[in-house]
Design a protein around this ligand. Sequence first.
Ligand SMILES: Cc1cc2nc3c(=O)[nH]c(=O)nc-3n(C[C@H](O)[C@H](O)[C@H](O)COP(=O)(O)O)c2cc1C
Length: 251
Amino acid sequence: MNGEQRINSLRAFLKDTRRKEFDFTKTEQSLGLPPPHVQKPYARGAAFIDLPDPHGSKDLGRMSLREAISRRRSRRAYNPDPLALEELSFLLWATQGVREVAPGRVLRVVPSAGNRHALETYLAITNVQGVRKGLYRYLPLDHRLVLEFEDEDIGDRLVPAALGQSYPAGAAATFIWTAIPHRMEWRYGEVSHKVIALDAGHVCQNLYLACESIGAGTVAMAAYDQEALDELLRVDGSEEFAIYLAPVGKV
Ligand SMILES: Cc1cc2nc3c(=O)[nH]c(=O)nc-3n(C[C@H](O)[C@H](O)[C@H](O)COP(=O)(O)O)c2cc1C
């Protein structure tokens, strides 16, 4: 394949032409196979951190939507103040929180193609009140964190994985989103992958706006070393892999 052909095949990712050829009667869903989990399971005996009720604080997120949108910008420098657990809870709810549980479906505060929600949220926590440094994962169904592993240096270790971008080292927490493509492929097969990327954009935009509303800031980051980040997260890089990250801190 020459350079132009490669570009054209990559551009095809953004188009929806394969939908015409794709046989939707052959998807796992159409074949009657059970759906993948809506939340990645955690190890037996795992340690959890309960998060405060995201609707409990009357003060968080009161900024008008107009103001939050007007103020939004990418913020790469943070002050050393910690994030309160209540603030982190609010940001997690704003990005992946559950809006409604109905028979056979769980709706969240963000949209997702076919409501498939193929993303998981990992958090590299370095400066959150009452939380030891390390890697955690958000459990939207339970609105709590599961500890993946403690790591005093998690912020610094993200820097090489982010191709030398230093912002995660100064952040209070870095959100890292992985994709579990099978959740989308179960319904949409080979036309799944563009919509997974689109879904991630909604999530990160909510993070930007929610951060602005609490005096914090973030920056979307898509430049990273795939293998290094997957290794840091201890995900397999095939059934689950990182696609996007965003450090967060007070500004
Ligand atoms: C998909 C995406 C990927 C991005 N990746 C990076 C990145 O890796 N590093 C970075 O410093 N900024 C990154 N940015 C932030 C952009 O540079 C920023 O949005 C742009 O310069 C406009 O600035 P503003 O967000 O303040 O309006 C990314 C933004 C998006 C939407």
